[in-house]
Design a protein around this ligand. Structure first.
Ligand SMILES: *[C@@H]1O[C@H](CO)[C@@H](O)[C@H](O)[C@H]1NC(C)=O
Ligand SMILES: *[C@@H]1O[C@H](CO)[C@@H](O)[C@H](O)[C@H]1NC(C)=O
Ligand SMILES: *[C@@H]1O[C@H](CO)[C@@H](O)[C@H](O)[C@H]1NC(C)=O
Ligand SMILES: *[C@@H]1O[C@H](CO)[C@@H](O)[C@H](O)[C@H]1NC(C)=O
Ligand SMILES: *[C@@H]1O[C@H](CO)[C@@H](O)[C@H](O)[C@H]1NC(C)=O
Ligand SMILES: *[C@@H]1O[C@H](CO)[C@@H](O)[C@H](O)[C@H]1NC(C)=O
Length: 928
């Protein structure tokens, strides 16, 4: 927020400031930032998106925001449970902030009921029993109804779900509540079972009723169960849960008939082979089958997670209500539920906490949130081929992305990403960062099109009334691919295939023009171009020069022109001993590798994939990686990492590639000894584990190393915050990820970088460098992390401490020494000094006991234990890198001290007199 102060009288400014302060005071910790985020007060409990609004419930407050996250209303969560003992439908006056008699209300369930223009908000009042409110969806400060009743969990549980379902007889609230076998049900308050259908209105049993004329619409369970997700598609309702014994369970309900009939239609399935626990999930909208994506933890823990797709289309072939884990009436002979196998494991990444799946054209797009604050986008085609994952947003610290991200319902171009104390609205794509047709296409982003009229990469709906092109429905490596083939009677033809999606009707104007240095290449008997393919049959006089035939292909598509340069080689000229490099060269030239003859030849109709080349890789003296130090770094990377292993002599580069990622980075190699080499671990935009291999000159990459990227270091405090000019004071920095700090810089210092003495996640200790000059000065403390510098705090340089004298007293076997030091601003702690008594050249350690301070002097008290010596000649004091020797106060010194104290007032008096006299004299002189 910007505050402009005008030139106003001070009193008026004061009043304005007070006014402003009071405004800020009534909206605590609220902050709207320009980059699409909203920071709220307290921890996020629930959020919902409906129409063009976003609703957020925190522990204490409710917020209503517009879809761009501008605040419209906010109110404190308080409720008045008036009809406590007789659940009924007492209507309330419209009150915005209930005051007297109201109690703290903690929301566990939050559902926009768009058809009814209301927001159903239920939870626990006064830490006790269930309580519900119905608010006006357009203005949440209007309360339409409130009632003491349980809807949803009474506990603050992340493992319960609730949503509205539409069945034949109306709309109901489905709540699925986490159960623990050992927990006792509070009979006074709790009416709810594991799965419940409750009324939304005065249906048969009245609002929030569990009943209808067929019975009570609840499902029970016996064991532990945690619910992860639930939704309705068509008439089928889906619930996903983790049940005891590490099973992931799916339940289907058919939304036919009444709510009790719906509940009784329960059928179940077990999702196997995805992982042992479901962490988060999202249904993949659209399509014929019901595809669903789940984040599973592979080992039950949080760290090892993967994104898996299942087809969860309902199977109604088995009998209803026979499930062993969930039942309406407990089945006598439970039937083992059907087992569903995954369609595909799409993505592996540590600590995934949240997923949102959407469809864009023929593509599925997954937004994946992680425990360390990343939002990753993954586009997947219908054959489950994945494009390169891209990081859309990344926090600099480890803030968890909460489950249940949602798409902006107004523009469909932003995702709401929930964090503990913040909601972010992140664009799904940044098409405009791609500046050419090729870049736009290569981004493999189904949201982006190259727009003819704007001559830029945009969202499709930002390119109206203009031709555009985009990636095709399947993942392709190239926008235009080619093949050179020879038919049996020796005729050579060049086949061009474009891999594009274009605007409707554009493809009717499709043509290709082939030329070699402006001379037409084709014989004129070409088949008619048919989008996406065109063919050129070479003239009989075409010859292939030794360095290749440079062919220009100009493709016309609607109003657009694409130019492609190809270098064609006579395929039989690509010869030599078979190797993977030769094979790749052959494939790149549009020729085909024959696995029969192990040589390159003209392409034929049989599809040969690039995989054949990998089989040719030789197995002799392959490099191996045994370790990388350090192997855990911040996302800024690390300079001078050491890779150890065997046969490293010929390694030219180190390649770093994220798991399942298609892009990689390469770093040059330094100081290669054959068993060790040095390289810089590059910075990355994505936290997580990456694979490391070492590259040989033939392009093959060997070895299997790992590097983990974590968050950047951050610092919260330094102590002490001052140092003496001579340096070497021990400073402790506190914060997080401090083990990644490679050095500390004080701009005022002589020396450039101080290396950490020791560092851990939360603490880092280093010795201050000496100051470049002797003035008191402040210097920023800057942490060096690879090539980045992070400013941490400031430190002040003061002159070195001045120790003046010491005295000793005998206490039994010990000698107690009191050291005097002039008071200063350094705040030296007794631990920072080491002291020895010196007698006849022998050092006797003095154990520091205490520090006392008065206005002028600091006293450090230490004891030399078990010594027969009663008086020490000298004292040795060490601080930082300095040694100070003190002699005992001599008689002369003491006398001088007294004289000084007596003399000072006299000197001052004398000075005053002299001054007066001098001034008088000057006046006289001036007169003269
Ligand atoms: C090229 O040669 C083939 C057979 O050798 C013949 O069928 C074809 O007509 C010739 N094409 C041209 C353009 O002369
Ligand atoms: C092939 O010959 C024709 C006429 O004979 C000529 O027009 C054409 O330029 C020649 N093409 C090449 C590639 O030499
Ligand atoms: C740091 O910068 C140098 C010089 O530009 C570069 O060679 C090195 O790779 C960078 N290191 C990291 C970790 O990015
Ligand atoms: C290579 O080794 C030399 C001497 O040991 C060292 O000074 C230099 O910094 C090293 N280079 C790299 C890039 O680690
Ligand atoms: C290789 O690096 C390892 C670990 O950094 C070290 O222990 C070893 O002494 C090094 N060997 C050589 C030959 O430099
Ligand atoms: C330095 O630390 C002292 C106490 O540790 C504190 O009183 C003082 O405000 C700090 N100074 C700065 C500039 O942070």
């Amino acid at each position: 927020m910007k505050v402009y102060l005008l030139e106003l009288p001070p009193s008026l400014t004061m009043i304005l400031m007070l006014g402003l302060l009071s405004v800020l005071w009534t909206e605590p910790a609220r902050c709207l930032e320009e980059d699409g985020s909203f920071t709220f007060d307290g921890d996020l409990r629930h959020f919902a998106v409906a129409n063009n609004m976003v609703y957020i419930a925190t522990e204490e407050r409710l917020y209503q925001l517009n879809h761009e996250l501008t605040l419209i209303h906010s109110l404190t969560q308080r409720g008045i449970p008036r009809n406590w003992n007789q659940p009924g439908q007492e209507r309330f006056d419209r009150v915005s902030e209930p005051a007297e008699g109201s109690a703290a209300f903690s929301v566990n369930m939050f559902l926009p009921f768009v058809k009814n223009n209301s927001l159903i908000s239920c939870g626990v009042i006064d830490k006790n029993c269930g309580y519900c409110e119905i608010l006006d969806l357009k203005q949440i400060s209007n309360r339409l109804h409130s009632e003491a009743i349980q809807v949803g969990s009474l506990r603050r549980s992340n493992a319960s779900v609730s949503f509205l379902v539409d069945v034949e007889t109306g709309t109901y609230i489905l709540t699925a509540i986490q159960r623990r076998r050992d927990e006792s049900k509070d009979s006074r308050c709790s009416d709810a079972e594991t799965v419940n259908l409750q009324d939304t209105d005065d249906q048969t049993g009245g609002i929030f009723s569990f009943f209808d004329k067929h019975g009570t619409s609840v499902i029970k369970s016996d064991g532990d169960v945690e619910f992860v997700d639930g939704f309705q598609i068509g008439s089928t309702i889906y619930l996903l849960s983790n049940v005891l014994s590490n099973k992931v369970r799916l339940i289907w309900f058919e939304g036919k008939g009444s709510k009790t009939q719906t509940i009784k239609s329960l059928r179940g399935a077990t999702l196997s082979d995805g992982g042992s626990r479901l962490v988060a999930s999202s249904v993949i909208p659209g399509g014929q089958q019901v595809l669903w994506s789940g984040v599973f933890s592979v080992d039950g823990g949080q760290s090892n997670t993967q994104l898996v797709v299942f087809d969860i289309s309902p199977d109604l072939s088995r009998g209803s209500d026979t499930d062993p884990d969930f039942y309406y009436t407990k089945p006598k002979n439970p039937v083992e539920p059907k087992t569903l196998k995954p369609e595909k494991v799409l993505f592996k990444q540590n600590d995934v906490t949240s997923v949102l799946a959407v469809r864009q054209r023929a593509w599925m797009v997954f937004f994946i949130g992680t425990g360390d604050g990343q939002l990753i986008k993954l586009a997947v085609d219908r054959h489950y081929h994945t494009a390169c994952p891209r990081v859309l947003y990344r926090t600099s610290d480890d803030r968890q992305v909460f489950p249940k991200m949602q798409l902006d319902p107004v523009d469909h171009k932003h995702v709401y990403v929930p964090f503990r104390e913040q909601m972010r609205r992140v664009p799904v794509s940044k098409c405009d960062t791609y500046t050419s047709v090729k870049d736009c296409w290569s981004a493999q982003d189904p949201y982006c099109v190259w727009c003819q009229a704007k001559n830029s990469c945009t969202f499709e709906d930002d390119c109206e009334d203009s031709d555009w092109l985009s990636i095709p429905d399947d993942l392709q490596q190239k926008m235009i691919s080619h093949k050179v083939s020879k038919d049996p009677d020796g005729q050579i033809s060049l086949n061009i295939q474009t891999h594009l999606t274009v605007r409707q009707n554009m493809s009717s104007n499709f043509a290709c023009q082939f030329s070699v240095a402006t001379v037409m290449l084709c014989s004129g008997k070409n088949p008619r171009p048919q989008f996406p393919q065109c063919t050129c049959i070479f003239s009989n006089n075409t010859t292939f020069p030794a360095d290749g035939l440079q062919v220009t292909v100009q493709i016309t598509l609607g109003q657009m022109q694409l130019l492609e340069q190809l270098k064609l080689t006579n395929c039989s000229d690509i010869s030599g001993p078979p190797s993977s490099a030769l094979c790749r060269q052959c494939m790149m030239a549009g020729c085909g590798w024959s696995t029969d003859t192990n040589s390159c030849s003209w392409a034929n109709k049989k599809a040969v994939h690039v995989g054949v080349c990998q089989m040719l890789e030789s197995g002799i003296s392959r490099p191996e990686i045994s370790s990388i130090t350090p192997s855990v770094v911040s996302f800024y990377g690390r300079n001078h990492a050491v890779l150890s292993g065997h046969n490293l002599s010929h390694v030219i580069r180190v390649r770093i590639q994220a798991d399942m990622d298609c892009t990689y980075q390469e770093s040059p190699v330094w100081n290669n000894t054959g068993v060790n080499l040095t390289f810089h671990i590059p910075s990355t935009d994505k936290k997580g584990v990456v694979k490391v291999c070492v590259l040989l000159p033939d392009g093959s990459c060997h070895g299997n190393g790992k590097v983990t990227y974590r968050s950047s270091p951050s610092c919260t405090n330094i102590a002490p915050n001052s140092t003496w000019i001579s340096g070497k004071r021990k400073i402790t920095v506190t914060g997080s990820n401090l083990e990644f700090v490679e050095g500390v810089i004080h701009s005022q210092a002589q020396q450039e970088v101080s290396l950490p003495r020791n560092s851990s996640y939360q603490n880092l200790a280093y010795d201050t460098p000496a100051a470049g000059n002797t003035h008191i000065s402040s210097s920023p403390v800057v942490l060096k992390v690879a090539n980045q510098t992070l400013t941490c705090s400031t430190i002040t340089y003061y002159p070195d401490p001045e120790f003046t004298s010491f005295t000793s007293t005998e206490t039994g076997d010990n000698v107690r020494i009191t050291i005097q030091k002039k008071a200063d601003k350094l705040g030296i702690a007794k631990e920072e000094l080491s002291v020895w008594g010196i007698q006849d050249g022998q050092k006797h350690p003095c154990i520091m006991e205490d520090k006392e301070t008065n206005n002028e002097t600091d006293f450090f008290i230490c004891e030399i234990k078990n010594t027969p010596i009663t008086k020490f000649q000298n004292l040795l004091i060490k601080y930082g890198g300095m040694d100070v020797r003190l002699g005992p106060p001599s008689l002369l010194h003491q006398v001088l001290q007294i004289v000084r104290f007596l003399l000072i007032p006299c000197v001052i008096a004398a000075l005053v007199i002299i001054c007066h006299w001098h001034r008088g004299l000057t006046a006289e002189m001036n007169k003269l």
